[in-house]
Write a protein that binds this ligand. Sequence first.
Ligand code: ADP
Ligand code: GN1
Ligand code: MG
Length: 375
Amino acid sequence: MSHTPVPAEFPEVLAAYALAGRLVSAEPYGSGHINETYAIVMAADAGPRRYIFQKVNHLIFKNVPALMDNVRRVTEHIAAKVRAAEGEAAARRALTVVPARDGRTFAQDAGSGFWRVYDFIEGAHTVDRVETEAQARVAARAFGDFQAQLADLPGGRLHETIPNFHHTRSRFETFRRAVAEDCVGRASEVKAEIDFAFAREADADVLLNRLARGEVSERVTHNDTKINNVMLDDVTGRAVAVIDLDTIMPGLPLYDFGEMVRTSASSTFEDDPNPGNMQLRLPLFRALVEGYLGSAVGGVLNATERAHLGFSGKLMTYENGIRFLTDYLQGDTYYKIKHPRHNLERCRTQFALIRSLEAQQGAMARIVDEVFGGR
Ligand code: ADP
Ligand code: GN1
Ligand code: MG
């Protein structure tokens, strides 16, 4: 939980919305590195009602209207599907954007900040770490089903809210430039990490080459499949809705699966200051493979995608590791940090996970074969 106080522009933003009732409370919420999230309570005649207010980081998401256009299209599409399948009671199975008074999906404050409001999904919660195999299975299934729901999204290609977001070659070249420029003089201190990243440069091209050869194909993907982006039912633990739709855009399913491996099959937080605590947890990996196979996309994964399920975890861990290292080399301009070495610690712990993924590559391949066995 962040401890940022509610910002001064909040009353002005609230006034841009026609929410029923009187504001009772507003508190920082969640644990993201990019946007600012607040939960607010309005006391209305019908009783108290909660909403999520988010200030979108427009330095990172440079075209917020385009991003919100993606979010509107995706949420409306999913809402229509769940309504058709489960009726009106399924309203909380998709994020619902609350329009501003002027009908737009966002409001701007005087300081040119962009805000949006969602209905609060009640009776559900998120966890920041996977604690059980059941959670890993549920999350993988939810992200797989989500991807399948978007397979027939009408209206053409979604906007790329961050161009080249998972383009690992482009991420590597940005990293290479950051090393060469060394603008805050930190490169010598992190020589071991730089060498580690350079030694694995070839990994950056593996999926891109497969894509160029047509062996894997682009779909609409979520691109940030952390466990805390799935709301879980308070009673049953089942997935209620996939949230955090800022990076939904064309991508590879393997990026989504790989990001799940990085975040949900690992033994500790991505920024654990002790890299020795970080390793791949094979039972959680198995649960992810089972959940993904059991989802609506499981059956459509081709042989190349299946063969790269384990590798995708390494690739996403590598991408995040070099992104954290790049930010450290550039003086911490991208991610929120809690202390000056935070990005370096994140990088080191990601690299520890890569070592563990490399050591357990064979075991992962056997698990994939067992789970997919005969299919
Ligand atoms: P970030 O990009 O910072 O990760 P998220 O959109 O994931 O932002 O929101 C942060 C947290 O806020 C989520 O992990 C979840 O716990 C909570 N949250 C977000 N949207 C909702 C919602 N509509 N209803 C209830 N909780 C939500
Ligand atoms: C950021 O918003 P959040 O914290 O879920 C980042 C992801 C990284 C992640 C690392 C837009 O995600 O790509 O994997 O931090 N999002 C963006 O924890 O850069
Ligand atoms: Mg999130």
